[in-house]
Design a protein around this ligand. Structure first.
Ligand SMILES: C[S@@+](CC[C@H](N)C(=O)[O-])C[C@H]1O[C@@H](n2cnc3c(N)ncnc32)[C@H](O)[C@@H]1O
Length: 210
């Protein structure tokens, strides 16, 4: 289904262009305030990923940016092979050197099927444009029994923040249904940054096991 003709902004209606999206994030990489390279490990988004992925030997951070989540994961699993994957080379240049990096689009992951114990994507699927293919790819590279976490924004709160022309937010059922095509168990729930603060509904987490 096409969604882009209905988007706002001064850009002409038309299919979003991957090169345009990549250039935008190459520029954003210089903005450490809004695209930070570290994260407070007490933030619930981090804790939830650690908890759901559990023990692992390998993990893929899809749309990793500067790998702020992967840094924490590596501290918890020092022997694990953790790969930061992103469209923007300038983001990957800022990833911790103890982590592996790989550039490309999440709609065509350059990894063999069944490669990773854990896969996660935080605030990146919303930029993938071809959401169905990106979800299928994340699930393809996951081992049977492997665990997946997607954290993204709730379509019910669309308009609350300024967004680029290609960005999409999701309804819980929308991603649940896509994930159920590939995974044995799928659930979703609203989450907040801090465990003891009730969620305001802006962020949703989808948790799946293949
Ligand atoms: C808002 S940032 C989030 C970065 C990181 N996950 C975090 O939470 O710090 C979105 C990231 O997704 C990446 N991205 C956008 N489209 C992508 C695609 N098709 N494939 C891979 N990465 C993509 C961008 O380059 C950017 O680094």
């Amino acid at each position: 289904m096409s969604w882009w003709p209905f988007r706002r902004t001064g850009l002409p209606a038309g299919p979003p262009n991957l090169t345009e999206i990549r250039h935008s994030f190459e520029r954003d990489a210089h903005d450490e305030e809004h695209f930070p390279s570290t994260i407070d490990p007490r933030i619930y988004h981090v804790k939830l990923i650690l908890e759901h992925l559990g023990p692992l030997h390998s993990a893929l951070d899809v749309g990793s940016g500067k790998g702020r989540f992967a840094r924490v994961l590596k501290e918890h699993h020092p022997a694990a092979n953790i790969v930061c994957f992103d469209l923007a080379l300038e983001m990957l240049r800022r990833v911790d050197p103890n982590l592996a990096t790989c550039a490309g689009s999440m709609t065509a992951l350059p990894f063999a099927s069944h490669s990773f114990d854990g896969v996660y994507a935080t605030e990146s699927l919303e930029h993938a444009v071809d959401i169905e293919t990106a979800v299928a790819e994340m699930c393809r590279v996951l081992k049977p029994g492997g665990r997946l976490v997607i954290i993204d924004k709730n379509a019910e709160h669309w308009g609350k923040l300024k967004t680029p022309a290609w960005e999409r937010w999701f309804h819980r059922a929308e991603l649940e249904n896509l994930l159920r095509r590939h995974c044995q168990t799928v659930e979703s729930r609203p989450i907040s940054y801090w465990e003891d603060v009730p969620p305001d509904g802006l962020f949703l987490a989808w948790l799946a096991t293949k």
